[in-house]
Design a protein around this ligand. Structure first.
Ligand SMILES: [Zn+2]
Length: 235
């Protein structure tokens, strides 16, 4: 069989999205018999490299085949094929990550790790767990702001407002976020996709403004010196 290495194949790039051309840089194929059912499983694994974002990822799509008797005559058989479920690692990111996410690790490894889990839950469509995770991420962010200890979410929001860390509008937004997280944690409320998007935009705005602002040193060029004033001519 001709080697597939170096040839191109379309894949679902974790960064660039589905149906993107990639180069096959690794390939493995094998077949084996199913433990119980009379069928053959054929697995073909690809290590793909996306030239656009320079990321590599594994992808496979197993196929199954089964030989079954057909017709009335003994020995008449036909082989049927069907496709199995595609597998991939890393999985495509359905939710766009904020540009500051890698830098968050330098501010708080715990909050960074929480955000990675949160995005993994969102990508997997685990809505209740994602909503609870957002509430936890809010609490973790709050803990980084050196405010006097308080145990209720309401108390935490009041402390933020009183310390001038947030305004009234953000207070209301964060209050809605923690209420939603509570509803998922205690009553199993399942937010919709749109509600999750709204909750994430409230959370990321809060983290960006309270933790990430100032992470990059602004270095504008100095003001050019003013030209010396010309003495007024007297005639
Ligand atoms: Zn890519």
């Amino acid at each position: 069989m001709q080697s597939k290495l170096g040839t191109s194949r379309k894949g679902n790039c974790p960064k660039c999205g589905d149906n993107k051309w990639a180069t096959i840089v690794g390939h493995f194929e094998h077949s084996y018999e199913h433990d119980e059912a009379p069928m053959t499983i054929n697995e073909e694994w690809f290590l793909l490299f996306c030239p656009a974002c320079k990321k590599a990822y594994f992808a496979s799509k197993p196929t199954y085949s089964q030989v079954v008797p057909v017709g009335d005559d003994e020995g008449d058989e036909a082989e049927y094929f069907w496709e199995g479920e595609a597998q991939q690692w890393p999985k495509p990111e359905k939710w766009k990550r904020p540009t500051w996410l890698p830098v968050l690790q330098t501010k708080s490894a715990q909050l960074h790790s929480l955000f990675l889990e949160l995005f993994a839950a969102l990508d997997e469509d685990l809505k209740v767990l994602a909503a609870i995770g957002m509430r936890t991420a809010f609490e973790c962010t709050w803990g980084l702001l050196s405010l006097p200890p308080t145990y209720t979410f309401e108390g935490k929001l009041d402390a933020l407002l009183n310390a001038g860390k947030i305004g009234r509008h953000e207070y209301d937004s964060l209050s809605a976020l923690t209420d939603a997280g509570n509803a998922s944690a205690h009553r199993g409320w399942v937010p919709s996709e749109e509600e999750l998007e709204e909750m994430m935009s409230i959370l990321t705005a809060f983290v960006q403004r309270s933790i990430m602002t100032g992470a990059v040193k602004l270095d504008p060029p100095p003001k050019p010196p003013r030209p010396p004033k010309q003495p007024k001519k007297s005639y």
